[in-house]
Design a binder for this molecule. Structure first.
Ligand SMILES: Nc1ncnc2c1ncn2[C@@H]1O[C@H](COP(=O)(O)OP(=O)(O)OP(=O)(O)O)[C@@H](O)[C@H]1O
Length: 644
């Protein structure tokens, strides 16, 4: 059947819609300044050329223009009056899924104009990829920054903060690893979708307003139904995700605690108990989540009901508009369809709300941890230069209550003076408060009352980090890091020579053992030094402290795990620990030793006998032993008897 010829006059801003026209007229100030084809105008008309360049038309359109006389093989009529057809060639290439409008001029020539049908032309894909790439990049960076900040924020806190149950290893690990990854999820995955959804809602609203403003307004009027439904869903989902997170923390804590104490667990055959505990940790939230699921289902139904009401109202209003001839049937349906297309975006936004809320809740905790001001600030005063202390110590009426056990007074009215380079021993029954005295000197805790002075200056006025570099501590329980022996000895010392490492290892009587290991100083010690014996670990911690050449040396049962031979060597090394102080003059470190074995403290300048947080006796061994009914002489006689 012969095609009917038709004259088409197109008025357009978008040149892509007219580049295939036979005659294009350029109109300026109400006058036709030039006429011609697309190609000829491109060559001769500056205004047309500029317009074309500004719109940056895709070369494909040119391609279509040059091939305009070729008719696609398979033409399918969709809307008779408009003769819209599709190009198989392009659909097959999967690059373009637009429609082609076939138009015939008066000569019967067929022209095709490309109309983008949906949002999958290559530029949009590109933008989609770019959007995800940039959001991904920002998300990754934000996560890394937050991880770093959180890690240093956590380490900034005072010791008592780490003792709180909510700051156990599991919860801290989870906070740094899991919580921070939420930032990435939120920015990289969710934000891009949120931006997409909001923009498609706005565009759809605008277009539906243009098609039929009454319908556009109705679409907005029923929008609250969607939002209310979404909010109800989000609220119920929040509780749901909160429980999941809580279960997560408890399980992580249990896992890390079990891994750390695996030897104790194995020796008590307690594995089953731990597994039962893990099951309970999973069961409680599971039960809760089942309840929540039912609640969630009902709420889901209710919000779907609201959604359907919104659709019903819109369709009903369409019929009224059509009835009153305020909208054509096509426009009414078009506006309704555009509105319907936005609903998936709104639904998607709903589903994101719980994630965003839970991310905000999680991040609030992270920011709370970040913003927390430590009670013992390690970096103030900031600009104080490294003051080399002499090691004169004074406790003035110190009262200590541990922050987590405020009613219990651990040290009461504790006063003690220690000369530079002197050796003081703290002895007394278990729980008397000896280790607490050492903890106060390192400012692990601050006293509730009284003052601690070093070189007549309150220790709170020193830059704590710098002060701590001059105090050495060897604890009863030697703690090593999971790295090589060398790294453990050099811990905290950046510039150390091999000779110094060997020197302190000889002094700590551990060099021979290390030299006999296949990897020598490069031998790794395992988690917390689990591949070494207690005595070996203790000697490595002593070597580490000796390397520091501390002005004040705190020894808390430092040689308790050593055999008699090793102890003698190590004690000799500790006693002769000298440091180059004040212009090269050799001086001794001040030493405070906590010991249960009294034979270990006989040579001390002063022995302080403590009981229930108070000093009950004080003096040299020879003085204290003379008082036959004194606590010290009684303890000494008892120990000698046991040892003999
Ligand atoms: N971090 C803490 N929080 C709360 N109480 C603590 C803390 N550390 C120690 N205590 C309590 O303070 C008291 C003194 O403990 P400390 O470790 O100073 O005693 P000690 O004389 O060194 O004992 P031991 O000889 O057994 O090591 C004890 O009753 C102990 O329970």
């Amino acid at each position: 059947m012969a095609m009917q010829t038709r004259t088409v006059i197109l008025i357009a801003h978008r040149l892509s819609t007219i580049i295939n026209a036979d005659i294009i007229a350029v109109v300026e100030n109400g006058q036709v300044t030039e006429t011609g084809t697309h190609q000829s105008l491109l060559d001769t008309n500056e205004v047309y050329n500029n317009l074309y360049n500004m719109q940056n038309l895709n070369p494909v359109h040119d391609l279509r223009a040059t091939n305009s006389t070729e008719e696609p093989a398979n033409i399918k009529q969709q809307v008779p009056s408009q003769e819209i057809e599709q190009s198989e060639e392009y659909i097959e290439s999967n690059k373009y899924t637009g429609d082609f409008t076939k138009q015939e001029d008066h000569k019967g020539k067929k022209k095709y104009k490309y109309i983008p049908k949906n949002l999958v032309w290559p530029e949009r894909q590109t933008f989609h990829t770019m959007q995800h790439y940039f959001f991904g990049m920002v998300g990754e960076k934000a996560m890394r920054n937050l991880k770093q900040a959180l890690y240093s924020g956590i380490l900034h806190n005072e010791i008592a903060w780490f003792e709180k149950s909510e700051n156990n290893v599991g919860s801290l690990t989870s906070r740094i690893i899991y919580d921070t990854s939420m930032v990435k999820t939120l920015i990289a995955d969710r934000m891009s979708v949120i931006v997409q959804c909001i923009s498609s809602i706005l565009i759809a609203t605008f277009v539906s307003m243009v098609v039929n403003w009454r319908m556009g307004l109705v679409a907005w009027a029923v929008m609250p139904c969607h939002f209310i439904g979404g909010l109800i869903q989000a609220k119920s989902a929040k509780g749901f995700s909160g429980d999941a997170a809580a279960a997560h923390y408890e399980l992580i804590s249990l896992t890390s605690e079990s891994a750390t104490n695996i030897r104790t667990i194995a020796s008590f055959c307690h594995e089953e108990h731990i597994i039962r505990k893990a099951r309970i940790y999973l069961k409680i939230p599971k039960r809760k989540s089942t309840r929540e699921s039912i609640k969630y289902g009902i709420i889901q139904g209710f919000s779907l009901c609201l959604w359907n009401i919104a659709h019903a109202v819109t369709l009903w209003y369409t019929t009224i508009l059509v009835d009153k001839k305020q909208a054509t049937f096509e426009d009414g349906i078009r506006a309704y369809q555009i509105f319907s297309l936005t609903v998936p975006s709104i639904t998607e936004l709903w589903t994101l709300i719980p994630t965003v809320i839970s991310a905000i809740r999680i991040l609030t905790n992270a920011f709370y941890t970040l913003d927390r001001k430590t009670e013992i600030e390690p970096d103030t005063p900031e600009n104080s230069r490294l003051e080399r202390i002499k090691g004169i110590i004074e406790f003035q009426n110190v009262k200590l209550n541990y922050p987590l056990r405020p009613p219990v007074t651990v040290l009461n009215n504790f006063s003690l003076q220690i000369e530079a380079g002197s050796k003081v021993a703290l002895v007394g029954p278990s729980g008397a408060g000896k280790s607490s005295v050492l903890a106060l000197l390192l400012r692990f805790y601050d006293p509730r009352e009284g003052k601690i002075l070093i070189d007549w200056k309150d220790i709170r006025k020193y830059n704590l980090r710098r002060l701590r570099t001059q105090i050495g501590l060897v604890q009863q329980e030697p703690l090593l890091f999971s790295s090589s022996i060398r790294d453990n000895i050099c811990y905290g010392n950046d510039v150390v020579s091999e000779t110094e490492i060997v020197e302190v290892s000889v002094e700590a009587n551990i060099h021979e053992f290390i030299s006999n290991l296949p990897d020598g100083y490069d031998t790794t010690v395992g988690e917390k030094g689990c591949q070494l014996s207690g005595g070996q670990k203790q000697r490595i911690t002593i070597a580490r402290t000796l390397l520091k050449r501390p002005v004040i040396l705190l020894l808390d049962e430092a040689t308790s795990a050593l055999d008699a031979e090793s102890e003698r060597t190590v004690v000799n090394a500790l006693e002769s620990l000298n440091l180059n102080n004040n212009g090269g003059l050799l001086s001794r470190s001040a030493q405070i030793t906590v010991a249960h074995r009294l034979s270990r403290v006989i040579k001390s300048d002063t022995i302080v006998v403590m009981d229930k947080g108070e000093i009950v006796e004080m003096g040299s061994h020879s003085t204290l032993i003379t008082s036959s009914d004194g606590v010290y002489s009684r303890l000494f006689r008892l120990q000698s008897l046991v040892e003999n």
